[in-house]
Design a protein around this ligand. Structure first.
Ligand code: NAP
Ligand code: F7E
Length: 345
């Protein structure tokens, strides 16, 4: 008999990659999706169409009873808790809902496992994040953030994730649960939501190429991120749950790049060289050959507190899990732009 898995956040970026990976490994895949009345639910239909092998269960991280039902129905060997309010900018606008879903939702899922009698048999993965480190100068190890670096979250999202992280450690220590935190740095790709900066850029580049959009509006161009490919990262999640002992791991590339660099590479894919002019909110990116402005700043996209620099140190995951990212930064940018050129053409 193959293993059974329950994935929360199945309709999100990572949910899709992980479901495919585990299906290919022979798992029976159950996925949690929000809403009611399956037949008329557009997201339900979209997931069903793309991944007909996934058994979808309607449940909500805010509703413990629905999670208990989901665990009882799926009878999983492994649970991956990927569901969250995951947009950092949005979390400033709705901090209480973010605390409830992204923070308290984790303990709901852990309790659902315990109440279903699965605390000794079900392996649990929590989607922790590099946003917990915060990127401030005083707390920036030279080689990048590793598992034992200090936390200093800079957003309601980061604070909520810190609760999720520690409650996962606490259930491991209190009840002997096989519970792991994957502290993942940014990972992107063709499934990324268009509210995140990489996909916003790749989509805009494709739309500009085909004359559907004139200008791309962005916020802070100077923050730096350690960007990898989501398809590589779900392999690392799975490896964490296949070890003899539960533990926490950083997944990252060990490289960091600015939003500015992402823009330059993305526009290069459509043969536009970006020249930057002006400064701060007046800065623009112009097409070097035509002088036309293709990028401008909209302060609406600035955040009340920013994480200026994220760089991860994946040494532990590389040594213990034998995990390593495959797609590099130029490869990621090209993959995303090519995908959106295909969609917009
Ligand atoms: P995502 O695309 O935003 O997906 C999150 C999913 O959570 C969505 O499908 C959403 O459902 C679901 N969800 C939200 N509220 C829910 C609720 N109350 N009950 C049930 N489901 C709910 O995120 P992702 O990029 O795949 O990331 C997966 C996880 O890893 C998230 O927890 C994220 O915070 C974390 N993480 C991501 C990154 C990254 O770079 N991608 C890095 C570190 C950690 P709807 O579709 O209905 O909205
Ligand atoms: O922002 C800057 C923005 O929203 C990246 C989530 O998956 O990764 C993600 O969080 C940077 C920030 O991702 C725009 O200010 C500039 O500095 O793509 P993002 P994020 O905040 O790093 C972490 C690891 C997670 O855990 C999260 O769930 O880009 N930026 N201009 C912009 N960002 C957005 N979204 N939109 C802009 O127009």
């Amino acid at each position: 008999m193959g293993k059974r898995v329950l994935i929360t956040g199945i309709a999100g970026q990572d949910g899709g990659h992980l479901a495919k990976l585990l299906h290919e490994k022979g798992y029976k895949v159950y996925g949690i999706i929000r809403g009611q009345m399956e037949a008329s639910h557009p997201r339900y239909q979209a997931v069903k169409q793309e991944m007909p092998y996934v058994e979808l269960i309607m449940a909500d991280l805010l509703d413990l009873s629905s999670l208990v039902r989901a665990v009882q129905l799926a009878q999983p060997d492994e649970v991956y808790n990927l569901a969250a309010i995951s947009h950092v900018g949005y979390s400033f606008r709705d901090p209480i809902l973010t605390a409830d879903v992204t923070g308290k939702g984790v303990v709901n899922m852990l309790e659902a496992i315990r109440l279903s009698g699965g605390e000794k048999t079900i392996r649990f993965y929590q989607a922790s994040t590099s946003e917990m480190f915060g990127g401030l100068d005083y707390n920036r190890p030279d080689k990048g953030y590793s598992e034992d670096a200090n936390f200093h979250p800079r957003s309601p999202y980061g604070v909520a994730k810190l609760y999720g992280h520690w409650i996962t450690v606490n259930y491991r220590e209190s009840y002997g649960m096989f519970a792991c935190n994957g502290i993942l740095f940014n990972h992107e790709g063709e499934r990324r939501g268009s509210e995140f900066v990489t996909r916003k850029i790749s989509k805009a580049v494709a739309r500009i190429k085909y004359g559907k959009q004139d200008v791309l509006e962005l916020g802070n161009l100077d923050s730096k991120r350690d960007w990898g490919y989501a398809g590589d990262y779900v392999e690392g999640m799975w490896r964490m749950l296949q070890q003899d002992k539960p533990d926490d791991y950083v997944l990252a590339t060990g490289e960091t790049h600015t939003i500015r660099e992402f823009c330059e590479l993305a526009f290069k894919e459509i043969s536009i060289e970006i020249k930057w002019q002006g400064s701060d909110a007046e800065e623009v990116g112009v097409d070097a050959s035509t002088g036309k402005t293709v990028i401008k700043i909209n302060p609406e996209f600035y955040r009340p507190a920013e994480v200026d620099l994220l760089l991860g140190d994946p040494t532990k995951a590389e040594k213990v899990l034998g995990w390593k990212r495959k797609v590099d930064f130029p490869g990621l940018v090209k993959m995303m732009v090519d995908h959106d050129l295909g969609l917009e053409s």
